[in-house]
Design a protein around this ligand. Structure first.
Ligand SMILES: [Zn+2]
Length: 239
């Protein structure tokens, strides 16, 4: 079983994402690459984001989906995590949520624009839009096609479904998720204004995009969210 120091950021990520509206019953998941590089931690499928508290709430899966540690049901969309971790060695954490603004924006065949600072984080390259041939990305071939669409990006919109985000660690993947959903929400609000909104140019927004790759910015911002979680009574530390 994973030690608490390894699992703590993962527990915090689940709590932060729940607090920021990314929970969907027991659906959605955050993964963390294990030290061996070829397996990963992910929550059990029968718990919601807000119920994740300790190492016992996680399974360790191989990149082929075999359960190596832990008890409980496995999420059917585990291939999302396995295929990204297999093909992107620089990625240490993957997140999939059914956040409603990302799903709605994708349904409009639109992707993220740098209208506000949140959109600016993604201004260096368009966030890909992936349309799966079915409701769930629960087989490896569909997941491989999704990773092909993701390319070298840190986020992808799943059409009529939600988002996939990744990062070098849990903190970066969490911020990518939060910023992407907020950017999508603002774009939907902008569409209702019925007046033109002019996005920042890539040059204007480039400083914001660079922040998403700053390890100090990512660590500080994640720590701030974790402290907020702690003040709300959920400290993200395993008992
Ligand atoms: Zn899903």
């Amino acid at each position: 079983m994973a030690c608490n120091s390894v699992i703590t950021p993962l527990v915090q990520a689940y709590g932060i994402l729940h607090a920021e509206g990314h929970g969907d019953g027991t659906l959605g998941h955050v993964s963390l690459r294990h030290d061996d590089g070829i397996s990963f931690w992910i929550k059990r499928a029968d718990l919601g984001f807000d119920e994740i508290e300790s190492p016992a709430d996680f399974l360790r899966l191989s990149l082929s989906g075999d359960v190596l540690e832990g008890d409980g049901p496995r999420h059917s969309e585990w291939p999302i995590h396995a295929e990204i971790l297999a093909r992107r060695p620089e990625i240490g954490s993957v997140i999939h949520t059914h956040s409603s603004s990302a799903a709605l924006l994708s349904a409009c065949n639109r992707t993220i624009e740098p209208l506000t600072p949140d959109g600016g984080y993604f201004s260096q390259a368009p966030v890909p839009l992936f349309r799966a041939p079915k409701a769930h990305i629960d087989d490896r071939e569909t997941a491989r096609n999704m990773v092909e669409s993701l390319g070298s990006a840190l986020a992808l919109l799943l059409r009529n479904h939600g988002l996939v985000a990744c990062g070098s660690d849990v903190a970066q993947a969490t911020l990518v998720t939060l910023f992407l959903e907020r950017a999508a929400r603002v774009q939907i609000q902008a569409a209702s204004l019925q007046i033109g909104c002019e996005p920042a140019t890539p040059l204007e927004a480039s400083g914001r995009a660079a922040m998403l790759h700053s390890s100090s910015f990512v660590a500080q911002t994640f720590a701030s969210y974790a402290r907020r979680l702690s003040r709300s009574g959920r400290n993200g530390h395993s008992p």
